[in-house]
Design a protein around this ligand. Structure first.
Ligand SMILES: [Zn+2]
Ligand SMILES: [Zn+2]
Length: 251
């Protein structure tokens, strides 16, 4: 059992969650969490990515909530998307500093950086599911793109690694460990296998167990993720949202 005091992956109505930022924060306080990140989808997400104007509103709301509540810290985050083979993500450089925490994941319904990116990242990963492309070549391309993103941007957490995209787990874990990126054990997807977690543990990567809640009532629901972490034998000090880790690092 871990003492998880932060939920670094939650959605609100600013993307496709059900609650407001305040609803999420209240739910987190009720669960006794000390930190919550609001991480709606990146700018290029089709249909529900945040916009620059909503970013400004979110920032204001979060600043005022942080003034109101002394028992919880609210972080403005984003679940950014990988959009380019060169590791490009969908946060324009001038906005990188606007966020307290950046998560990055691979999602399908996203506007790619360009045609080659569409063809080689999005189309091939779609066709991969149907067995229509060279699997190992696609895996290589994917791995390289994710590593480049990790090296290029101040990403703190790789969201649901392996979901929607096939890559070399060991190489990604090495890059994550070198660049201080935590690998998420996502409690909604329940996606990471014990085996993958063990490989990443071996390579020195840290982890984050997050709810990926899309409704306030699921905030702080870490059950599925915790089960995976326990089964793989992840020690508490390697999970960035445990009380122990936060106390030790002050972050
Ligand atoms: Zn996601
Ligand atoms: Zn999410």
């Amino acid at each position: 059992m871990y003492s998880l005091v932060a939920d670094y992956h939650t959605h609100t109505r600013y993307s496709h969650g059900r609650g407001s930022i305040l609803d999420n924060v209240e739910a987190a306080r009720n669960k006794g969490l000390k930190i919550i990140a609001i991480t709606d989808h990146g700018f290029n997400h089709i249909g529900f990515g945040i916009s620059i104007s909503s970013l400004k509103k979110m920032k204001k709301e979060i600043e005022s909530l942080n003034r109101c509540f002394s028992d919880i810290k609210v972080l403005l985050g984003i679940e950014a998307n990988l959009i380019g083979l060169d590791g490009k993500i969908d946060i324009p450089v001038p906005y990188l500093d606007a966020f307290d925490i950046i998560l990055m994941g691979f999602h399908r319904f996203v506007k790619p950086a360009g045609w080659q990116d569409f063809k080689n990242l999005f189309l091939k990963n779609g066709l991969d599911k149907l067995g229509l492309v060279n699997k190992s070549r696609t895996r290589q391309i994917n791995t390289l793109a994710v590593v480049k993103a990790i090296e290029r941007y101040p990403i703190r957490i790789l969201a649901h690694p392996g979901a929607n995209i096939d890559f070399d787990s060991r190489i990604i874990a090495q890059a994550a460990a070198e660049n201080n990126v935590a690998l998420e054990i996502n409690a909604s997807h329940g996606f990471m296998t014990d085996e993958y977690v063990r490989i990443a543990l071996d390579e020195g990567a840290d982890f984050a167990v997050n709810s990926d809640a899309h409704t306030p009532k699921r905030i702080g629901d870490f059950k599925k993720g915790m089960d995976i972490a326990i089964a793989a034998g992840v020690p508490s000090h390697r999970i960035i949202n445990t009380e122990e880790y936060i106390h030790r690092t002050g972050a």
